[in-house]
Every structure is written in structure tokens, then in C-alpha cells.
Design a protein around this ligand. Structure first.
Ligand code: RIB
Ligand code: CA
Length: 310
């Protein structure tokens, strides 16, 4: 009997998370149907309180179909307060104000929900799309390692494997925000596709093209299209000095549905948890189970992002 396919989206909205969730609303209806989509928040770009509220508000606007709302970890794996990236994503994590969604969430934290899935029903396969720090997954693996048995695959937006970081010169933000969690996840033996900064810089929103309506989604009159345009417009209004907007999380969404548009190096990866190089992701020479994306079909990936923001 085929196993029930469940997608858990772990997110710290975040302007690029907001675009990623908008795309998912289109993609899962048209490309690859999971029987259940579970939404999970995590701290990162801003506090958990803010990222959780942002996630609820984005779900309300995009009508992203979901079966469950989970609130993730309040703090990092070692109990630290999350750093934030509000300088980039705006105060409270978004550069635009959304109507408040007051939907409630499960009384299970994300890691506990994964345990429940394991304990009550072996006949599921879970795919994880990790768009923020890896705390929730690491907590699940640390407390019940058997959770791995129900995890089919993981796509992570995170890491700077052969390039410079963006949180520091060593580290990409999602890994920097919880390096201990990342180390546990990368060493878990799970089969992971890692979308790092190595493939993020070549697929971006260009300000001039955006305001000259050169993207297909610029012309969209749909709710999703208008939402995409408002996110990007608010971003460029917030950052008068920026001519580009990164699309890290949307690229990870494309990897989830179109993995063959990327090329990978399969390595073992360790994460520096020290002070100086905290969050540095170090691929070993040995072959391993972390498929590090090292190149991508820029034209096709950008085209798919554009088409799924309408
Ligand atoms: O480094 C980029 C990542 O950090 C993205 O997921 C962005 O949303 C932030 O979480
Ligand atoms: Ca994110």
C-alpha cells in the first residue's frame, strides 16, 4: 500500500519566505500533490512571535491549503535567543503590514508533531522544506532519533559551502542562527538537498525590471500576483539603496519540485560551532548524503519562480 505523502514547510517569514509560500500555493495545486501540507514556524529573521504571526497572515492572504499549523521552537537548540535579520526583512520580519490572522495552532510543538506522526502511523512519508534555522528538525532527531524512519527527504535553504556567507563572511544566516542544530541535521544520515548561497546569487528580482513590469507576475491581477508585487514593492521601498532582492527561499521551493534543474556535489558536511567561524558549513572531500547544489539552470529556475508568483 502506498504511503501517505506529507509535506512540512518550516519557515521564518521573512520577505523571501513570503514569496516562497505564495509560490507553494500555486505549485502544489499543479505539480506534485501532497495529501497533507503542515505549516511550521521557527524563529530566525525575527522572533518566533513575529514569524508565527507572519506565517498565519501569509496563509490567510495566499489561501495556502494546509492541514495543520505548528508553532516551532522559541529558542535555539542550546536555548539561546535567536539572532534576527530585521535590518533586511523589516521590523517584525516583513516590510509590509498584513491583516492579522487569528487562527490557532496545534498544542504540539513542531518536533512533537513529528513524534506523533512516528508513533501513531508508520504508513507516512514526510518531506521537509526547511526555509529557516534547523532547530525544529534537530530537536526531533535529538529527542527521538527514530523520527528518521518517516522522513523521506529534506530540502534545506541554508549554507555557504564554497562561497562567502551573508550573516558573516563565513556563514549563511539560517545556519548561523543555530549552528548546533545544523550540525546535528547534516550529520543525521538523512538524504538532504542543500540550497546554499552557492546558487542564490544568480537568481534575483532586479529593481529596474520589476518597475518596468518585465516579469510575468507584474501583470497578474490575481490575489497571489498582487500579493507578490506588494511584497517586492514594499521591499524596494524599505531598501532605497538596493537594486536586487534575493530569492533564496523561492529557489529552494523550485528545488523541491524540479530537482533536476540543479547540479549537486554529494558530500559529508560539518558545521563550525565555534565563536569566530560560527555557522561555517564545511563540505568534506568524502562522498556523503548531503547533495550540495553547486549550479542551476538560471533561466528555467527564474522562469518557474516568475510563473508561480502570479
Ligand atoms: O540566508 C537566507 C535565508 O535566511 C533565507 O531563508 C532568509 O529568509 C533567511 O531566513
Ligand atoms: Ca527564510
Amino acid at each position: 500500500m502506498s504511503k501517505e505523502q506529507i509535506l512540512i514547510i518550516d519557515t521564518d517569514p521573512g520577505v523571501d519566505d513570503a514569496l516562497a509560500l505564495t509560490m507553494l500555493s500555486n505549485l502544489n495545486n499543479n505539480v506534485d500533490n501532497y495529501s497533507k501540507i503542515i505549516m511550521s514556524s521557527i524563529g530566525g529573521n525575527t522572533s518566533l512571535k513575529n514569524t508565527h504571526q507572519n506565517m498565519l497572515d501569509i496563509i490567510s492572504v495566499t489561501k495556502l491549503q494546509h492541514s495543520e499549523i505548528l508553532k516551532g521552537s522559541e529558542s535555539t537548540l542550546t536555548g539561546e535567543k535567536f539572532v534576527d535579520a530585521e535590518h533586511y526583512h523589516g521590523k517584525n520580519g516583513l516590510t509590509l503590514q498584513l491583516d492579522k490572522n487569528t487562527d490557532s495552532h496545534s498544542n504540539l510543538e513542531t518536533y512533537e508533531y513529528l513524534h506523533e506522526l512516528l508513533l501513531k502511523n508508520e504508513n507516512v512519508e514526510v518531506t521537509l522544506l526547511m526555509l529557516g534555522p534547523l532547530t525544529n528538525l534537530a530537536k526531533s532527531l535529538v529527542s527521538i532519533p527514530e523520527t528518521k524512519k518517516i522522513i523521506k527527504s529534506v530540502v534545506i535553504m541554508g549554507g555557504a559551502f564554497y562561497v562567502r556567507g551573508n550573516a558573516t563572511k563565513y556563514a549563511e544566516f539560517n545556519i548561523y542562527a543555530d549552528p548546533e542544530a545544523a550540525n546535528i541535521v547534516f550529520k543525521s544520515g538523512l538524504h538532504i538537498k542543500a540550497i546554499g548561497l552557492d546558487v542564490c546569487d544568480s537568481v534575483i528580482i532586479n529593481k529596474e525590471k520589476f518597475y518596468n513590469s518585465q516579469y510575468e507576475f507584474n501583470k497578474s491581477k490575481s490575489v497571489l500576483g498582487k500579493f507578490s508585487n506588494s511584497i517586492i514593492d514594499s521591499f524596494f521601498n524599505y531598501h532605497k539603496d538596493k537594486n536586487e532582492m534575493s530569492l533564496c527561499d523561492p529557489i529552494a521551493v523550485i528545488c523541491l519540485f524540479y530537482e533536476n534543474l540543479f547540479s549537486y556535489k554529494s558530500k559529508e558536511v560539518s558545521v563550525d560551532t565555534g565563536k569566530l567561524k560560527k555557522g561555517l558549513t564545511v563540505p568534506t572531500q568524502k562522498k556523503g548524503k548531503i547533495d550540495i547544489a553547486v549550479d542551476l539552470n538560471i533561466k528555467k529556475v527564474m522562469n518557474l519562480i516568475d510563473k508561480n508568483l502570479i
